[in-house]
Design a protein around this ligand. Structure first.
Ligand SMILES: [Zn+2]
Length: 323
């Protein structure tokens, strides 16, 4: 009875609140891929006064200050003037307004002097601090992943010849061997392993002090997502996994992945932690996971913020959602 009461007391605050938004999703750009081969449309779109571009400088994102905070969209001329423009891709239409992504080399000190309102940051920080509206975060995720691919695929992997941008920025063509290269998205499984009233959380070396999250790893060739969940959990924590259920996915432009979020059933409890991958792993009771999610755990340990898919996996467990 006491257990049930405690259980019910813990849940209401999560039950009543709508789920907070996941980062990098919910964009309103219609990719309008039918226009990618329409040169006349693309030329007109670039001249449209409503056209705007996200600007990516290597691994960094360029913003400009506006009254209410920051804006990630630039006029096309200005986008190309911020640094040496290497590539430009047509992302689609937002309403009727064309949206592009521009890849530049870097923002120089001269540019910063010319445009003192220009601000450069990494995408994780922009997301964590909520510097831009959620819709722009989704656009930035697409722009960053696509521009990273262009920046790292300048040469044909078949014959070594420099490649050229094609399909309005959605492929690269080799003028020598005619090979076509398309943007890659690397799947990563991220899983909350549960066993009864407990879930398995881990700490990686790159986590801030006190943060615990889900296990995760790249899907290997020849694997299903379920296979990858089982292999990674066995390799990293020594735990066997039975049933695996999909919950949600999230674009993860670091540099160009998609996170596949799963809830997995642990079949064993003994942990054998791979210390080359993890600082530690532990089974966490549901009530402790709830306190870690709300950042009110007495030992100061906490879970990732709502922008991360891990938060939503742990939240689904805390809320007792059946999958
Ligand atoms: Zn080639």
């Amino acid at each position: 009875m006491l257990k049930l009461l405690r259980h019910l007391m813990l849940r209401p605050s999560f039950r009543r609140a709508p789920p907070p938004p996941l980062g990098y999703v919910g964009g309103t750009i219609d990719r309008a891929s039918e226009h990618r081969t329409d040169d006349a449309f693309l030329a007109g779109a670039a001249l449209d006064p409503a056209a705007r571009s996200y600007v990516v400088a290597g691994e960094m994102i360029v913003l400009h200050r506006v009254d209410a905070g920051y804006d990630a969209l630039f006029d096309l001329d200005r986008a190309a003037g911020i640094g040496v423009a290497r590539e430009r891709a047509f992302l689609g239409l937002e309403g009727r307004a064309p949206r592009f992504a521009t890849l530049i080399d870097a923002v120089t000190t001269e540019t910063q002097a010319t445009y003192p309102d220009v601000f450069v940051s990494d995408l994780r920080s922009i997301a964590m601090q909520g510097l831009v509206p959620p819709g722009q975060l989704a656009g930035l995720a697409t722009a960053k992943a696509l521009m990273h691919w262009h920046a790292t695929h300048r040469f044909c992997s078949a014959c070594g010849t420099p490649t050229r941008l094609g399909l309005a920025g959605w492929k690269r063509d080799c003028p020598s061997c005619q090979a076509e290269h398309f943007p890659r998205t690397d799947p990563v499984v991220i899983m909350l392993v549960t066993r009864g009233e407990r879930c398995l959380l881990c700490r990686q070396a790159r986590f801030p002090p006190g943060m615990w999250s889900c296990l995760a790893g790249f899907v290997e060739p020849g694997e299903t997502f379920e296979d990858a969940v089982r292999r990674e959990t066995r390799e990293e924590a020594g735990v066997a996994v039975g049933r695996v259920r999909y919950l949600a996915s999230q674009p993860w432009p670091f540099p160009m992945s998609v996170m596949v979020g799963c809830i997995a059933e642990g079949l064993s409890e003994l942990l054998t932690v791979d210390t080359s991958e993890l600082l530690g792993a532990r089974w966490v009771a549901r009530r402790d996971a709830a306190l870690m999610l709300s950042r009110s755990h007495p030992d100061q340990s906490f879970c990732p913020p709502p922008t991360a898919l891990a938060h939503h996996l742990i939240r689904a467990f805390v809320e007792g959602r059946r999958l």
